[in-house]
Design a protein around this ligand. Sequence first.
Ligand code: 5HY
Length: 256
Amino acid sequence: MKIHVVNPNTTLSMTEKIAAAARAIAGPGTEIVARQPAMGPVSIEGYYDEAFAVPGMLAAIREEEEAGAEAHVIACFDDTGLDAARAIARCPVIGIGEAAYHAASLIAGKFAVVTTLARSIPPIEHNLVRYGLISRCARIRAGGFEVLALEDPGSGAVEKVSAEIELAKREDRAEAIVLGCAGMADLAARLSAAHGIPVVDGVAAAVTFAEALIRLGLKTSKLGGYAAPLPKIYAGSFAGFAPESHAEATPPGGWK
Ligand code: 5HY
């Protein structure tokens, strides 16, 4: 099976780290195609960055869908552009945030999320509410470092994640930890051993769930909100993103 993993930001070292985490968990028959957009922010820290990461990420989704991907993983913890990606894809699209929340919910009553900056907390909270999992989250914590600090071993970012994990255990009564950034994809095993608590990395969880959905033969439903976008003109520099006719993608009985 072939799974496309896209880092929506444009930092190659993060894409390589994400690819390594994906390949480490993937089964023997799974090919991982890892990509990042040709345009967009070097890191996603809040709503404005997210908006400009989506077009390039969607271009990668469309290209890999046409190249035969059997599932897509969006490797940004905010699940950047997840719904739009599901609208243009036929195969499953999984966000690492959503995957991590579900994995944590299967092994713990309450989990805590440890992310980077405080400004990343509201988007995470919004996603937990819309996924119906906010009640399972004890707290969303931020270590107070920028996303790209995770690409610098000497930045102290990992130590800050560790400190938040200890506080989550002691103050939040968290029974598991969800790593709130794709840039932490290489840290789960080390932090779990150091702190004696299950630590979930969304990249590994999303790849595993993607393999499971492919084996189950399940694809994104095109009957409702994820129906293919209606063909129309997109003006200006977005002209190349205009939806083409995908009549076959919206089955009979599908919503207009
Ligand atoms: C991520 N930003 O996973 C998010 C995490 C964050 O560039 N990749 C990013 O801190 O919002």
